[in-house]
Design a protein around this ligand. Structure first.
Ligand SMILES: [Fe+2]
Length: 145
């Protein structure tokens, strides 16, 4: 497996698990700003779900197989899942930030490896994805101040 494929497939697995994890936080956040953070987590998991499909389809376009089973995602992922319990606003935002920053780093690495190969279509896709993480990294960081 090439380094590019390994990174893209890692991203597919992590996006799948982060999508589930962000639903957990969407459901279980508690506190005075519940509604705002509940809605914000939904925006994020909708975004991750679209990216999950987009990256997997890009893997298909380069003639390979993206991981497609939940059991495989759990073996591969570096996202740490959370138990079902209450999460304060601050805990929730910190978990969201940590995962967005991790995904940003992974997407940047995949973008750079794709660039070395001259795979500009993958580079373009990943640059857009990195842009969304930069924006939400900023949003959450501001909310945490
Ligand atoms: Fe919901």
């Amino acid at each position: 497996m090439t380094k590019k494929l390994a990174l893209l497939n890692q991203l597919v697995a992590d996006l799948a698990v982060a999508n589930v994890k962000f639903h957990n936080l969407h459901w279980n956040v508690v506190g005075e700003r519940f509604k705002e953070v509940h809605v914000f987590a939904e925006e994020l998991y909708d975004m991750l779900f679209e990216q999950y499909d987009e990256v997997a389809e890009r893997v298909k376009m380069i003639g390979e197989f993206p991981p497609a089973a939940l059991s495989t995602y759990l073996e591969m992922t570096k996202i740490e899942e959370l138990s079902d319990k209450d999460y304060t606003i601050k805990e929730t935002l910190n978990y969201l930030l940590e995962d967005i920053q991790y995904l940003k780093g992974l997407a940047i690495e995949a973008r750079n490896v794709s660039d070395e190969e001259g795979d500009f279509a993958t580079v373009a896709m990943l640059e857009d994805i990195v842009g969304t993480y930069c924006k939400h990294d900023w949003f959450i960081s501001q909310m945490l101040k």
